[in-house]
Design a protein around this ligand. Structure first.
Ligand code: NAP
Length: 336
């Protein structure tokens, strides 16, 4: 199950939408924040920037890593600088999508920091609000990798309803959202992790197997039932260069279908992330929202004013006495 063709068609569609937005004066813009010197992450960000440029999306990378001159000395100050940056980007109307690149500096928690990303710009679904919305079936940006797994399965017309699906890995970035998306498509889902006893016994029950463990070659041919559909999300650096998946290539002889690494989930992930940026840019209201009036600072009142309680129609004082009075028919006080 190659991801190349699917990624190309998503990129083409995204480029068309990006061109329309740019012509309308709203160039879709992605902001990426990096905070470590991790080479694999730097490679991914360079590749993301190149692809973004090809489809007409501006990609601004803010490097808060140790090599950056603006990086503060102490770890706490480094985390604070990420916080400040994410808040500023969330408030910047010229930025439509924000990605906080992992790994993070020691002591930083992804869920906490990602919680500062405006959910409307959370194009990689990292904010706990986005994950909660995904869990409850509300519209949101799903993490791009998880969405890519489903897009690949759909491209190859893999039926999911009622099928036994096994996900290896339970991270908030891949494993859990993939499991959630499969569940939303009526698959019967089992999630495995590093404490799962007899992993092979569980994975070999799968009709659809998704592996996202980050362990090269973890899943061998004996882990897979004949004819199963296997999606390999793992990307592991190989000594001497290149990438290896979590699934041993020998699985191809047993499985009904297998996604390759590289060239499977990876390109689809990048393409979907960029499409999310265009969707976020499209969702920006044409007219800016009316500015919220600041409270006048006078004491707030929640009690009805006027005559004695329960008498006639009541005129409520507004919550903030600086605003005009609001007539409300409720709440109804019990009659004495
Ligand atoms: P992660 O945060 O390290 O999570 C790995 C998960 O795998 C954990 O839940 C862990 O279990 C489980 N695991 C580790 N060893 C295991 C074992 N021997 N048996 C069963 N489960 C095991 O990694 P991640 O961010 O989810 O990423 C997973 C892989 O996907 C990595 O290779 C990463 O590079 C790749 N990835 C690819 C893309 C893409 O676009 N292609 C995007 C993101 C990530 P515990 O929870 O018990 O520790």
């Amino acid at each position: 199950m190659s991801g190349g063709e699917l990624a190309a068609s998503i990129r083409a569609e995204t480029a068309g939408l990006a061109a329309e937005l740019t012509a309308a004066g709203r160039t879709p813009t992605l902001a990426v924040v990096t905070a470590t010197a991790d080479e694999a992450s730097a490679w991914y960000v360079r590749s993301l920037s190149r692809t973004a440029a090809k489809v007409g999306i501006a990609c601004d990378v803010t490097d808060l890593g140790p090599a950056s001159p603006s990086r503060p000395e102490s770890p706490d100050a480094a985390v604070e600088s990420i916080r400040v940056e994410l808040i500023a980007l969330s408030e910047n109307p010229l930025v439509h999508g924000i990605v906080l690149q992992t790994p993070l500096p020691g002591g930083a928690r992804l869920a906490e920091l990602a919680g500062l990303i405006d959910p409307a710009k959370d194009v990689d679904g990292a904010n706990p609000t986005s994950l909660g919305r995904l869990m409850t079936g509300l519209p949101t940006f799903a993490p791009a990798t998880a969405a890519a797994v489903l897009a690949l399965l759909d491209r190859y017309e893999v039926a999911l309803s009622g099928r036994r699906a096994v996900v290896v890995g339970r991270s908030a970035v891949v494993g859990k959202p993939v499991a959630q998306l499969l569940l939303a498509r009526d698959a019967t889902v089992t999630v495995c992790h590093s404490r799962t006893v007899d992993l092979a016994a569980v994975t070999s029950t799968a009709e659809v197997l998704v592996v996202a463990a980050g362990r090269a070659g973890l899943v061998g041919a004996s882990f897979v039932a004949a004819g199963a559909v296997v999606v390999d999300v793992g990307t592991n650096a190989v000594a001497g260069g290149g990438l290896a998946g979590d699934v041993d290539p020998a699985v191809a002889e047993v499985a009904g279908a297998l996604s390759p690494v590289p060239g499977g989930v990876g390109p689809v992930t990048t393409a979907l992330l960029l499409r999310h940026v265009v969707e976020a840019a499209t969702a920006v209201p044409v007219l800016p929202a009316a500015p919220r009036r600041a409270c006048c600072g006078r004491r707030r009142s929640g009690r009805p004013s006027g005559r004695r309680r329960g008498a006639g129609r009541r005129r409520w004082r507004p919550r903030c006495p600086g605003r005009s009075a609001v007539r409300r028919p409720w709440p109804r006080w019990p009659r004495r």
